[in-house]
Design a protein around this ligand. Structure first.
Ligand code: KIV
Length: 265
């Protein structure tokens, strides 16, 4: 099987492109072998892997570290790396950091925003690194926004998003993630541009779907976003395995008679 390329993704508009996040080697390998076409080393790793409250504390070294692991596990999928906050404030900074990500295995990079970073998208693309854009709810702006909310429901937001989508397409992006976009608006954007839309919490009319892998497999049971329908309960499986290990290892049956070592001094 050949490597999925940005051109192939672009040509797959309307064909149900499959994308998931991945942050480590075994997950990347399993998803790759299952046939997932795009693996995103998302800055969501801040919450899902590092235990941070949001993505704003993620730095490029975090992405580079996880990207190298994912790229070892991905033989066929297109590996896309997120550019963390404050790594693409100017076109020069954006190109420098996109090159670092490409050198560590990213076939493409993703950044958040439309007209505010059109020059960055153009500069990275001109440097030979394909760019996936990201519109709608922008998690790197969560501190200003206050909460994760649906975008594109009002006429003003709908118009704004339609314009932003055409800006990122014009700047050279090969695809655009639409996060938490009102489904009707996501459908209109999908019809209005030539590049594929990849939705997350934006309804079924996008050209593809992306999910955080932890959400798909139930590995983050503390918080399940509304748009997620988990296909597995990995959190429960791990918990059960840990209990089974405790049961077969401890030499007395009653947990009360055998407190945790740390408590027993
Ligand atoms: O970081 C991430 O996981 C993302 C997805 C939500 C698209 O950007």
């Amino acid at each position: 099987m050949d490597r999925v390329t940005p051109t192939a993704v672009r040509k797959a508009k309307g064909r149900g492109i499959t994308a998931l996040t991945a942050y480590d080697y075994p997950t990347a390998r399993l998803l790759d072998e299952a046939g997932i076409e795009v693996l995103l080393v998302g800055d969501s790793l801040g919450m899902l892997v590092l235990g941070l409250p949001d993505t704003t504390g993620v730095v490029i070294e975090d992405i580079l570290h996880h990207l190298r692991a994912v790229s070892r596990g991905a033989s066929h999928a297109l590996v896309v790396a997120d550019m963390p906050i404050a790594t693409y404030r100017t076109p020069v900074e954006a190109v420098t950091n996109a090159k670092r990500l490409a050198a560590s295995g990213a076939h493409a990079v993703k950044l958040e925003g439309g007209s505010t970073c059109a020059e960055q998208i153009r500069a990275i693309t001109d440097a030979g690194i394909p760019v996936m854009a990201h519109l709608g709810m922008l998690p790197q702006h969560i501190r200003e926004e206050g909460k994760y909310k649906i975008k594109g429901k009002t006429e003003t937001e709908r118009q704004f998003l339609l314009e932003e989508a055409s800006v990122v397409e014009g700047a050279g992006a090969f695809a655009v993630v639409l996060e938490l976009v009102f489904p009707k608006t996501a459908g209109e954007i999908t019809d209005a541009i030539q590049i594929p839309t990849i939705g997350i919490g934006s309804g079924s009319q996008c050209d593809g779907q992306i999910l955080v892998v932890h959400d798909l497999v139930g590995y983050s049971p503390w918080f399940v976003p509304k748009h997620v329908h988990p296909e597995a309960e990995v959190g429960n499986i791990i918990s059960r395995a840990a209990h089974a290990f405790i049961a077969r290892t401890r030499r007395v049956d009653s947990p009360e008679a055998h407190p945790r070592i740390a408590d027993s001094k």
